[in-house]
Design a protein around this ligand. Sequence first.
Ligand code: DLL
Length: 433
Amino acid sequence: MIWNQQYETMPRDELRKLQLLRLKQLVENVYHRVPFYRDAFDKAGVKPEDIKSLDDLKRLPFTYKQDMRDNYPFGMFAVPQEQVVRIHASSGTTGKPTVVGYTARDIDTWAELMARTVSAAGVGRGDILQNAYGYGLFTGGLGAHYGAEKVGASVIPISGGNSKKQLMLLKDFGSTAISCTPSYALSLYETAVEEGVKREDLKLKVGIFGAEPWTEAMRQEIEAKWQIDAVDIYGLSEIIGPGVGYECIEEKRGMHISEDHFIVETINPDTGEVLPAGEEGELVFTTITKEAIPLIRYRTRDITRLITDPCRCGRSFVRMNKVTGRSDDMLIIRGVNVFPSQVEAIIVTKAELSPHYLLIIDRVDNLDTLEIQIELAEGIFMDRISRLQELSRSVEKEIKDMIGVTCKVRIVEHKTIARSEGKAQRVLDRRKL
Ligand code: DLL
């Protein structure tokens, strides 16, 4: 179902006019309100009045995750803090998270975008949505929550994990829809099998899955096992959270991007050059309605391509294909964004350890596992097992506390991790995606 006929099916020439109008207001606004943007525009030699057409967007400089970190926590906000009604955050490249804020209007916009998302999955009044995205600083839980309430569905704010309870509620409450990461959907299925849950006892029709990369093969597996429709949704905290791109259940071919709120480009990640629609590149978003933390040409690092042919569902928005990779080294482990540099920052604080380490990621019973092998520093020998264990536990705990991911640390002797002649090989990702 199309939630917002007026915008979701807006003729493209009208949409472009609306985008230009909003872009001009945005540029004017950030130039005067956010010192970071004023400096960046001045450096690039561009003034708000230079933006006369959508094509002029490419004259504006890119914004990077690093910029948000440099302005931690609230330096990129374009409104006084009294107008910020919500703060979320996601992992950054070091211990400090990337912080985002929302005004009351931003929360409304987000609910609208998520209402479009859940409607496109066929969820509305009368449905019961079991929302198994994490609630908290992560945007998944509350993002899906507000959108589902807006369409009139009954939301169960169960949050992530706790599979037995998830299954009990799926059955007892008759949930018709579930929202979670696709890997969790598969893991939950295993528990369902172990627990002897029968398909005929469930009313589940659809799953709204995202927050991590997954393939068409995984979609087919989830659909066949659960006997539901599985749709893909995309988003990132910096841009608003979930609700940036959403598939329609009719086609399930690419995620519609709400272009009345975001302008999307694909660029060559090495040169920054804008690519013709259809070519694979890095997604770059400009938020044209966001108030608290508007972003101009934000580099997502996500690699995919745009689909411009009209979709049979009637929505006029451009679509993005599934994300096929990243142009940086960010990993998503059990839905948590992890940069190897964050792990390194923890390791280097321990005198007994060397900065030679390897992250081994695997998928066991559909759940991601992370093992970190770390070498002892040169000249350090650990003859006492208890001391080794103590050290491993303390690194595991710090990683859990700082990055939010559970891992197993294995300390190995000096010079046992293979050295590379070029770039160090820090990651061994054994998951088959
Ligand atoms: O993951 C927001 C979200 C919540 C999206 C729930 C969908 C559902 P972050 O934690 O900031 O926000 O992580 C954003 O996750 O840059 C992508 O690399 C990845 N990602 C998100 N959705 C998808 C998807 C949320 N459908 C980062 N396919 C993004 C592939 C995805 N990757």
